[in-house]
Design a protein around this ligand. Structure first.
Ligand SMILES: O=P(O)(O)OC[C@H]1O[C@H](OP(=O)(O)OP(=O)(O)O)[C@H](O)[C@@H]1O
Ligand SMILES: NC(=O)CC[C@H](N)C(=O)O
Ligand SMILES: [Mg+2]
Length: 565
């Protein structure tokens, strides 16, 4: 659990709304701690000491379906069959259909609006169909192969089966990232054990591998499932021949720049985006006879590219906005009012860098325009004579349906607007965008074996079958969700009063939303000592029903899994 906690803190940027860890301890029993809030708020030394066992799963959530309700915090758990814990990064596009199937045919109760709970129940139902007292790897591969036929959308998932092991799989198009790594196990008398002698970790981003002393990082392939038990690592591509189309937005904004995703360094991708954008800026400025005095990044995510723009254009690079290091990402915060307020709390402009200057602000992307609108105004307030906005991403005109919360078209500042209209909307003198071919080239050139990227937010071409009807339905659902948030909170309070053992009782710390990491380590000695103490608010004890068939009492597999964006 302490390492899972550390891994989640490294993936905090992928989800700020809720965090959770479930461990698997002696007797195949699960221990859970999950709640709304940042990783540092949800877990304490006391709560971590109650999470027993050498196998763990973790998640940081940024909601893309349902609401910020704490009942939707991950990982999720089902008692039957075998006891399964599950975490998911991504978003399904046929949730309604699956929900009906689970209700009418599989007779499974889904208790939240989360698509991840639906996905877990599809997996559980497929495993149930084996009818076996004990399952094996073949059964799991069959269940996941079926799941890949049933489920559409983006999903990178990790699951833990009580007493059995850890499973990881990635959707057939590999839309969301997922990698695995391992290290030599350090457990006592390790060589005498029948285990693998290595610890295993699955994670959304390679930064976890680096920071936690793992090695041999490799991506889980699109449509591939990996199963790790005490004695074996089994891998199989279950949905071959589909288009591999990783989401390009990981490289633009979501991932940390020190991560490598699908063989592409996010840092290098952002540098390449800066180089390409600089060339476009040069042309536009020359055509218009405009002059810029200084290039400024919009912290944090645009820094790498902005520095490159400045170097290419031979212009001074200045950090005119100082970022409050205690305020996290604003884009993934829930609610427009909170996002707007936090841009001002997060970024402060220094007059010395703005007064009397024609300033070019470089951001990685302009989505709702919340950030741009505020900072353009801040720059003007500090005396800038001209404010030009440049974006490393092209105009975002279509919703993201695979796990990034770019919801309804009308919320997107570029939807239905020309560049001139966008500039007017954010009150900039001019907006200069990266072109889509340049963006794709920046990333593609770093791994030419990837022939396609998921770019639907720019061109409206979805790699899975997404219909206009679905998008319209999504928009109505998302606006209904926004309206019903207050009601959901009331339901929540009642659930807490009812003392539901599966739902954390810690009140929301009132902030942000989601992402994920997962991992596992094998055969590395004993679990952490169980410290007695007072019940910890926000962490439920052992989950009910964990001693199901399939649990063999083994405790020498340890896995942690944290998740994000
Ligand atoms: O147009 P908008 O809707 O404002 O969204 C785009 C902005 O949001 C993100 O920043 P964020 O503050 O989330 O994170 P960062 O500190 O990593 O840049 C992104 O980097 C842009 O600055
Ligand atoms: N950020 C994510 O990966 C979200 C996972 C899932 N769709 C949820 O809303 O909880
Ligand atoms: Mg930003």
């Amino acid at each position: 659990a302490p390492e899972a906690n550390e891994a989640l803190s490294l993936l905090q940027h992928r989800g700020q709304d809720a965090a959770g860890i479930v461990t698997c301890g002696p007797g195949g029993r699960f221990y859970q701690c999950k709640a709304n809030g940042m990783v540092r708020d949800v877990f304490t030394p006391a709560s971590l000491s109650r999470l027993l066992g050498n196998m763990a799963l973790g998640h940081t959530r940024y909601p893309t379906a349902g609401s910020s309700n704490h009942a939707e915090a991950q990982p999720f758990y089902v008692g039957s069959p075998y006891g399964i814990v599950f975490a998911h990064n991504g978003n399904l596009t046929n949730t309604d259909e699956l929900r009906h199937f689970l209700d009418e045919d599989a007779h499974r109760h889904i208790n939240t609006d989360s698509d991840s709970e639906v996905l877990l129940n599809i997996l559980a139902n497929n495993l149930q169909k084996t009818g076996k007292f004990r399952i094996n790897e073949e059964d799991i591969f069959t269940a996941i192969r079926d799941l890949m036929k049933q489920c559409s959308g983006g999903y990178a998932c990790v699951a833990m089966i009580a007493g059995f092991g850890i499973i990881a799989f990635r959707d057939p198009n590999g839309i969301r990232p997922l990698g695995m790594c391992s290290r030599k196990a350090e457990g006592e008398n390790n060589s005498a054990r029948a285990g693998l002698g290595r610890d295993y970790c699955f994670t959304s981003e390679s930064v976890v591998c680096d920071a936690l002393g793992f090695e041999d990082f490799e991506d889980v392939q699109p449509g591939e499932a990996v199963i790790i038990t005490k004695t074996a690592v089994s891998r199989r591509v279950l949905a071959p021949g589909q288009t591999f189309a990783p989401d390009i937005f990981e490289h633009i904004y979501v991932a940390r720049e020190d991560s490598v995703i699908d063989g592409i360094s996010v840092y290098q991708a952002r540098m390449a985006m800066g180089d390409k954008l600089a060339e476009n800026i040069r042309k536009v400025l020359a055509d218009r006879g405009e002059k810029v005095d200084v290039i400024m990044p919009v912290p944090d995510s645009a820094r790498v590219a902005a520095l490159q723009v400045a170097q290419r254009l031979n212009l001074p690079y200045r950090e005119g906005f100082v970022k409050n290091r205690y305020i996290a990402r604003t884009f993934i915060m829930p609610g427009q009012a909170l996002r707007r307020k936090n841009v001002r709390r997060k970024l402060n402009a220094m007059a010395i860098e703005f007064a009397g200057k024609s300033v070019m602000l470089v951001d990685d992307s302009i989505v709702r325009g919340t950030t741009s609108r505020e900072i353009v105004q801040m720059a003007r307030d500090k005396g800038a004579t001209k404010v030009i906005m440049a974006s490393c991403a092209p105009p975002i005109r279509h919703p993201n349906v695979y796990g990034i919360n770019m919801p309804t078209r009308r919320e997107l500042v570029a939807h239905g607007r020309t560049d001139e209209e966008i500039a007017r909307e954010i009150q900039a003198d001019l907006v200069i965008y990266q072109t889509l071919p340049d963006l794709v080239d920046s990333v593609h050139s770093l791994n030419p074996s990837i022939k396609q990227f998921e770019c639907s937010v720019f061109d409206g071409k979805y790699v899975t079958n997404v219909t206009e009807d679905y998008l319209a339905h999504l928009e109505s659902l998302r606006s209904e969700n926004a309206k019903s948030k207050t009601a959901a909170t009331i339901v929540n309070v009642n659930m807490e009063t009812a003392n539901d053992p599966l739902v954390s009782r810690r009140p929301s710390s009132g902030a942000l939303n989601g992402g994920s990491v997962f991992g596992m380590e094998a055969a590395n000695g004993n679990g952490h000592a169980h410290k007695n103490g007072n019940a910890f608010e926000g962490c439920s004890g052992p989950l009910n029903g964990a001693d199901a068939a399939g649990a063999d009492g083994g405790d020498d597999i340890s896995l942690y899994n944290s998740y994000t964006r």
